[in-house]
Design a protein around this ligand. Structure first.
Ligand code: NIG
Ligand code: FE
Length: 388
């Protein structure tokens, strides 16, 4: 029986509210026992059972691995010039996606895989032990299939985003493209995708088109989630709640009715402050959602256009500084919130039986994730009970 004990953890974040009555479920001077990739025991370090192997955390803080529930890693090229133009005052529009589609279609499978592996490696080494990956820069049957085949090699959380934008060959024929997405494209991709997504916003798809895409996906056995209200107030959030989507993502704009609908549902609001940062847009006030009882997740939204980062500690720092979340709320949203946005109960927390996915920080507190922005505070990352 291979057991490893992490002892002398200055502060252990379990995300199990039963531990101390708070969402983070904190234990000071803790021990964590791992067996077969799972958490076997948690408690006071001095009463920890002995194990074959013991690691001394020397008073540092241990948190669950980040669950990053929203990423677009299958693409070629970058859009650094578009970013620079935006910083000089240009507005972000959905249309920039077309440039990445052009380069992605031309790229080889090997190049797409190695680019995605590079980004996954970055994410893992910054503490993201679970990531979701979308297609959406192929937008032909063949290119969406190969995007998902690549994504599937990197994560079980694969999402079909054929309805990202209307590709140029379908200009002024968006309904025909929606028919392709709901028909032949869906049939071919469905063995490789767990989720169906759609970009419901200005310059992308209307609410009616988004409903059609999501319903077709649900009928095909995929689970719904969507990009909603990034660029303007719309009906995307309401649509997500109506269809019991696991998550509505971006939610940069919302009204009172959206708040009430979300609060009365199981749908998570996934905020993506990296996109507000990189498009120089107004950040949503997360407190309005949290105060109403909405479940909030945080994700990186790594993509070459609106948020080219894989770094969840940066996302936490932005959420605390710019979206008025407390360090506790931001950490919870980047871990257990992300797990709920993927409807996963085995990750995002460190209770007995959960996956032993965790991060040993270089500091004694998780507050430092926001307090020391831009500094690498990740000492060790453990995934499925092994140090990576
Ligand atoms: O989540 N909003 C839509 N899709 C991406 C952006 C894609 C791009 O600009 O390439 C996002 O921000
Ligand atoms: Fe996105």
């Amino acid at each position: 029986m291979s057991q490893t004990l992490i002892k002398n953890i200055g502060l252990l974040v379990t995300n199990n509210a039963e531990v101390d009555g708070t969402p983070l479920g904190l234990i000071s001077n803790a021990g964590l026992l791992i067996e077969h990739g799972k958490v076997k025991w948690i408690g006071a370090s001095e009463s920890a059972p002995s194990a074959e192997k013991t690691i001394d955390a020397s008073g540092k803080c241990v948190i669950p691995g980040f669950v990053d529930s929203h990423n677009h890693l299958i693409f070629a090229g970058d859009r650094s010039k578009e970013f620079a133009a935006r910083m000089a005052g240009q507005k972000y529009e959905a249309g920039g996606i077309a440039y990445t589609v052009e380069l992605t279609r031309k790229a080889s499978d090997g190049d797409l895989l190695s680019n995605a592996q590079r980004l996954q490696h970055e994410a893992l080494h910054s503490g993201s032990t679970t990531i979701e990956i979308k297609s959406g820069y192929g937008l032909t049957v063949k290119d969406e299939v190969r995007s998902l085949l690549i994504a599937k090699q990197l994560t079980p959380e694969t999402t079909f985003l054929g309805a990202h934008v209307v590709p140029s060959e379908y200009k002024d024929k968006s309904d025909d493209y929606v028919d392709l997405v709901c028909g032949a494209m869906l049939t071919e991709v469905k063995p490789h995708a767990k989720w169906i997504d759609v970009f419901c916003d200005r310059g992308a798809f209307t609410t009616e088109q988004a409903r059609k895409v999501l319903k077709a996906g649900i009928t095909a056995g995929l689970k719904p989630r969507l990009h909603a209200n990034q660029l303007e107030q719309g009906d995307g959030v309401a649509l997500g709640v109506e269809l019991d989507a696991a998550s509505v993502d971006h939610v940069s704009h919302f009204n009172q009715s959206d708040i009430e609908k979300l609060a009365g549902s199981k749908t998570v609001a996934t905020l993506l402050p990296g996109a507000e940062f990189s498009t120089r847009s107004a950040y949503p006030d997360a407190r309005k959602l949290l105060d109403a009882g909405v479940t909030v997740a945080l994700a990186a939204d790594c993509n070459p256009g609106s948020s080219y980062t894989t770094n969840m500690p940066l996302i936490i720092a932005l959420a605390v500084r710019e979206m008025f979340m407390s360090p506790e709320q931001a950490l919870w949203s980047a871990t257990k919130g992300g797990a709920q946005a993927l409807r996963r109960s085995d990750v995002g927390h460190l209770s007995v039986g959960a996956n032993a996915d965790f991060v040993i920080l270089k500091e004694s507190s998780y507050i430092h994730l926001a307090y020391r922005p831009g500094v690498n505070l990740v000492d060790e990352v453990w995934q499925h009970g092994a140090k990576i």
